[in-house]
Design a protein around this ligand. Structure first.
Ligand code: 13P
Length: 253
């Protein structure tokens, strides 16, 4: 199983800031067997990111896409556009997209299909809100999200997907899920995958996201069902992000 560390830059960094961060990460990320490093800058900078990362150990992801191939959707970016740039991965269903832009699991499922059709790896985000965890509903909430967005995929399609568990209460709050909470949910996701797709479940990377930083990355990545991280704030500084990449390189599995 490969370990994946992906930096989600969200709506941060301008042109010069993007280039500086890309160059520092590319310079510092030595190829490590079994570790995949991804960065997801904002849309306007994807083309230059692909160029700058060429020949390095760093790959470029998008943060979102539209579900239609083309059309009158002002302000949107299609999957074929991303593919034509050489973008190989795309985050879908991030909780910020669900919360601020009204994305439902149905739309997220359509985006997944569009990406899989184009051969772009979807990084599918799921995760419960604070009140759902407090009510003990977190496992049921995540199972419902998985069912609605992934339930109709074929086993071959599922084999291409990366899943990120991002508890909403841990995103940007400094409150990280404990290694035990992360492992419990990841085992639950793995069991759901096993039940619905069989043996391929063992090959699907399950990333943890939510206030992941150098101080907690090693402990999280040591969990048997945590196969890396989706990193927000800590991905905006090269040394901090590279420290997390380093922790992934030393994970025991
Ligand atoms: P933070 O690491 O800033 O909590 O963000 C996590 C996230 O949302 C990554 O997609």
């Amino acid at each position: 199983m490969r370990t994946l560390v992906a930096g989600n830059w969200k709506m941060h960094k301008d042109n010069a800031g993007t280039n500086a961060l890309l160059d520092a990460i590319c310079k510092g990320a030595a190829p490590a067997p079994g570790v995949e490093v991804l960065v997801a800058p904002a849309f306007p900078f994807l083309a230059q990111a692909v160029q700058r990362c060429k020949g390095t150990a760093v790959h470029v992801a998008a943060q979102n896409c539209h579900e239609a191939a083309q059309g009158a959707f002002t302000g949107e970016v299609s999957v074929p556009m991303l593919g034509s740039l050489g973008v190989g991965h795309c985050i879908v269903g991030h909780s910020e997209r669900r919360l601020y832009f009204g994305e439902t699991d149905r739309v997220v499922g359509q985006k997944m299909s569009a990406l899989l059709h184009a051969g772009i790896v979807p990084i599918y985000c799921c995760g419960e809100r604070k009140e759902e965890r407090l009510a003990g509903e977190h496992e049921a909430v995540v199972a419902r999200q998985l069912e609605e967005a992934l339930g109709a995929l074929t086993t071959e399609q599922m084999a291409q997907v990366v899943i990120a568990y991002e508890p909403v209460w841990a995103i940007g709050t400094g409150l990280t899920a404990t290694a035990q909470q992360a492992q419990e949910m990841h085992a639950h996701v793995r069991a759901w995958l096993q039940g619905n797709f069989g043996a391929v479940a063992r090959r699907i990377p399950l990333l943890y996201g939510g206030s992941c930083k150098p101080e907690n990355a090693a402990e999280l990545f040591a969990c048997p069902d945590v196969n890396g991280g989706l990193i927000g704030g800590a991905a905006l500084d090269a040394a901090t992000f590279l420290a997390i990449v380093h922790a992934a390189g030393h994970a025991p599995h």
